[in-house]
Design a protein around this ligand. Structure first.
Ligand code: COA
Length: 278
C-alpha cells in the first residue's frame, strides 16, 4: 500500500470540562520531498477536513510537517520542512485543462473553510503551497529556523492556493507584492515582523507551545469558538459597517445558548465552566 501523504492523530483535550474533546493533529508525510503537497496530500487533507467537520469531538486542528528522516549513508541530511510547496514534479507537461479541476477543488480552500479553529505548526521551509497551507490556517506558530515565501514566480507561475489574497489581507499590498514578485525567502524574524506568523519560538519548544495553545482553545465552548471564527472571518469579506452588524448578530444569538449561561454563571460563582457545546 502507498505511504499515506498525511498522518493524523486525535489527541485528547486535557482538563476540558466538556464531554471528551480532541485536537486533530495532521502531519504532512513526505519527508523525503520536504513534505511537498502532491495530489495524494490534497486528497488526504480534504478527507480529513470532511471527517473533523462532522466529528463533534474534534475541537481544533493542528497541521505540521514530518521531520526529516535519518539520511542514507554518505547522503546529506534533508532540512526540516512544513511543506516546500506544491509538488513541482506534477506540473511538468500539464496545461490549464489538466490542472483546473485540481485547483478548483483543493486542500487550501478545504482547510480555510473549516468551521473549527486551525493552527499551522511550522518548522523549517514553508514555501509556495506550504506557505499557502499555513495561511489557510487561523494561526501560525513557527520555529525560529523557519523560512517562508512564494517562489512560484521563479517557475513562471504565481501562487494558486489563495496566497495572493490571504497574504494581502494579512500583511498588506506592498509587502505581498514584494514577496510574490521577488519570489524571495522570508526568514522567521521577518515573517514575525510582517505578521505572517503569530509568534516564533525555539524549534525544541515548538510542539509544546503550539499544543499548549491548541489545548487552551479546545477548552472553550466548541459552539462559541465557531461563532468567534465566523465573526472575525467576516472582517475579511464584508464592508466594516456590515461586519459590525454581523458580529452583533452572532453575539446576540449566543444569548440563546446554554454555554453563555454556563460561562456567565461559572464566572459569577468563581467555578470552572462545564460547557455543553450548545
Ligand atoms: N516539489 C517537489 N519536490 C520537492 C519540492 C517541491 N516543491 N521541494 C523539494 N523537493 C524535493 C527535491 O526535489 C529533493 O528531492 P530528491 O532528494 O529526491 O532529489 C528533496 O525534496 C530535497 O530538496 P532539495 O532541493 O534537495 O533540498 P535543499 O535543502 O537543497 O533545498 C529548498 C531546499 C526548499 C530551497 C528547495 O528544495 C526548493 O527550492 N524547493 C522548491 C520550493 C518551491 O519552489 N516551492 C513552490 C512550488 S509551487
Amino acid at each position: 500500500m502507498a505511504e499515506r501523504a498525511l498522518l493524523f492523530e486525535d489527541v485528547a483535550v486535557v482538563g476540558s470540562s466538556a464531554e471528551g474533546g480532541a485536537i486533530s493533529v495532521w502531519t504532512l508525510n513526505r519527508p523525503d520531498k520536504l513534505n511537498a503537497l502532491n495530489t495524494q496530500s490534497h486528497q488526504d487533507i480534504k478527507e480529513q477536513c470532511a471527517r473533523v467537520e462532522s466529528d463533534d469531538n474534534v475541537r481544533c486542528i493542528v497541521i505540521r510537517g514530518s521531520p526529516p528522516l535519518e539520511p542514507e549513508e554518505g547522503k546529506r541530511p534533508k532540512p526540516p520542512a512544513f511543506a516546500a510547496g506544491a509538488d513541482i514534479s506534477e506540473f511538468a507537461g500539464k496545461d490549464s485543462d489538466d490542472v483546473r479541476p485540481f485547483f478548483d477543488d483543493n486542500a487550501w480552500e478545504a482547510v480555510w473553510n473549516l468551521s473549527k479553529p486551525t493552527i499551522a505548526m511550522v518548522d523549517g521551509f514553508a514555501l509556495g503551497g506550504g506557505t499557502e497551507l499555513a495561511l489557510s490556517c487561523d494561526i501560525r506558530i513557527a520555529s525560529d529556523r523557519s523560512t517562508c515565501g512564494q517562489p512560484e514566480i521563479n517557475l513562471g507561475l504565481i501562487p494558486g492556493g489563495g496566497g495572493t489574497q490571504r497574504l494581502c489581507r494579512l500583511i498588506g499590498y506592498g509587502r505581498t507584492m514584494e514577496i510574490v514578485l521577488s519570489g524571495g525567502m522570508v526568514s522567521a524574524e521577518e515573517a514575525l515582523q510582517m505578521g505572517i506568523v503569530n509568534k516564533i519560538v525555539p524549534a525544541q519548544e515548538l510542539e509544546a507551545i503550539t499544543m499548549g495553545l491548541a489545548q487552551e482553545i479546545s477548552r472553550k465552548s466548541p459552539f462559541t469558538t465557531k461563532a468567534a471564527k465566523r465573526a472575525v472571518r467576516a472582517a475579511l469579506d464584508l464592508p466594516f459597517s456590515e461586519g459590525v452588524l454581523m458580529e452583533r448578530s452572532e453575539f446576540v444569538a449566543l444569548f440563546d445558548t446554554e454555554d453563555k449561561e454556563i460561562g456567565v454563571t461559572a464566572f459569577l460563582s468563581r467555578s470552572d465552566a462545564e460547557w455543553v457545546g450548545r
